[in-house]
Design a protein around this ligand. Structure first.
Ligand SMILES: Nc1ncnc2c1ncn2[C@@H]1O[C@H](COP(=O)(O)OP(=O)(O)O)[C@@H](O)[C@H]1O
Ligand SMILES: [Mg+2]
Length: 421
């Protein structure tokens, strides 16, 4: 490691390299500090053997590019990516709050806290899914807490890169993931989709709520994988009857063996969770534990406001929001110590009743719709006046040009004969 440390320092000259922060299955993560920016970072090193493979490096680079483009409060931000000889380094935000696993086994979570943290993870995963990135290794060890207290999804797609997939959404046939959280289609080598991450997220929530996993290993990984692929999970309410039934129902649907029976997206899962939370605990449940949750997936905002379905408890901070003014209105609400932002108001939030439009006012910028009619009327009047003038003028000349008392002739009649005597 000492040799690697020197090579990392050489590759990242602006940083002081610190202690090892952690070691997962695919690499070592060390602390770093940017001297000029005074910013602490975590530097993940792709294993040397994997980094030596040109194809793996190419995919890793492509993945790093996608990750760098993900800008979500519940996804760890990537600051830099450095390739040098057989060294591949990913520089990211340092998350000093420990993993979700550590938090679960030390302080633990209330039911609302567990759902809130999974809602945040769903929002982060959804941001990745919409960019075509599947995580494929969702588990409490890969969710880390930032200094702000917000949970962030980390360790994106490394398993995918090493598994050899070129496009994460369509690749099938490689089994990656962690046995306790692995989705049935991952075990069966079938096509993966966002529902694959939903399954793992539902497993994580099941575990946070009950302290148990939906399937137990009994010491045999193969039988555990088989259960994930084909067996029905133990109903959450059988393990922990205290969880509200509507929340348990969402978790169990997230665990459906067939992907088509699950929520298709992390956003849909988040919306269902938020709705169930609101039904079970009232509109301000999200702020109950002080868990910062930034609802980037805009549709999730609605149920946490208690708007779908209507809740008798519309008094929480979210419900106290100024009403959405229109499809592009922005507003800020707070749940917990951190800010909870709403990117755009959710379509599910009933719009405030708009006043009936007043009698139509002509828009100054637009030509009035009646203008052609007015022009036509004016043209007709002008024509009539012209005809009248043509008809009247000869008669006026006749009248004033004739002997007094002699009536003027009608149109078309000859002027009266003047007889010289
Ligand atoms: N951004 C980070 N900030 C602080 N520690 C981190 C960070 N990323 C990873 N770690 C630590 O390193 C460990 C392994 O990181 P991870 O990205 O999960 O690697 P692997 O792909 O090997 O599982 C984590 O469990 C955590 O302890
Ligand atoms: Mg990991």
């Amino acid at each position: 490691m000492q040799a690697d440390r020197q090579r990392i320092a050489d590759a990242l000259p602006a940083y002081d390299i610190g202690e090892v922060l952690g070691q997962g299955g695919w690499g070592v993560v060390v602390a770093g500090h940017h001297r000029h920016l005074d910013r602490s970072v975590a530097i993940k090193q792709l294993p040397t053997a994997a980094a030596a493979d040109v194809a793996v490096r190419r995919r890793f680079t492509a993945e790093a590019r996608v990750l760098a483009s993900l800008d979500h409060p519940h996804v760890v931000p990537v600051y830099d990516f450095v390739e040098r000889e057989d060294l591949c380094l990913l520089v990211m935000e340092q998350l000093p709050g420990g993993t979700l696993r550590e938090r679960a086994t030390t302080t633990g979570f209330t039911a609302t806290g567990a759902v809130a943290v999974c809602l945040a993870c769903a929002a982060g995963l959804n941001a990745a899914h919409v960019r075509g990135v599947l995580h494929r290794d969702v588990k409490p060890e890969n969710m880390l807490f930032a200094a702000s207290g917000a949970v962030k999804v980390t360790d994106f797609g490394i398993a995918k890169v090493l598994g050899g997939a070129d496009t994460m959404l369509t690749r099938a046939g490689d089994v990656v993931g962690t046995p306790s959280y692995i989705a049935p289609e991952q075990v069966r080598g079938e096509e993966l989709s966002p529902a694959t991450d939903v399954y793992a997220l539902a497993t994580m929530l099941y575990e946070l709520l009950s302290g148990e996993l939906p399937f137990t290993a009994d010491g045999d990984v193969m039988s555990l994988l088989f259960k994930h692929a084909y067996a029905a999970p133990v109903p959450l309410l059988d393990v922990t009857p205290d969880v509200p039934a509507e929340v348990a129902a969402v978790v169990m649907r997230g665990l459906a063996t067939e992907p088509a029976e699950r929520y298709a997206t992390a956003e849909a899962f988040g919306v269902a969770l938020a709705e169930a939370g609101t039904r079970a605990w009232g509109a301000n449940w999200l702020s109950a534990d002080g868990m910062p949750v930034v609802l980037g997936a805009e549709r999730i905002v609605a149920p946490t406001r208690g708007a779908t379905p209507p809740s008798p408890l519309r008094t929480g901070p979210a419900a106290a929001l100024p009403p959405a003014a229109g499809p592009t209105a922005r507003s800020a609400v707070t749940a917990g110590p951190g800010p909870v932002r709403e990117q755009t108001p959710a379509p599910a939030v009933p719009e405030p009743a708009l006043p009936e439009p007043a009698a139509e006012e002509p828009d100054e910028d637009e030509p009035p719709r009646r203008r052609p009619v007015v022009v036509a009327v004016v043209v007709v009047l002008v024509l009539l006046l012209a005809v009248l003038a043509v008809w009247l003028l000869p008669r006026l000349f006749t009248v004033y040009g004739s002997p007094a008392g002699t009536p003027a002739g009608g149109p078309g009649t000859d002027p009266p004969a003047v007889t010289a005597t």
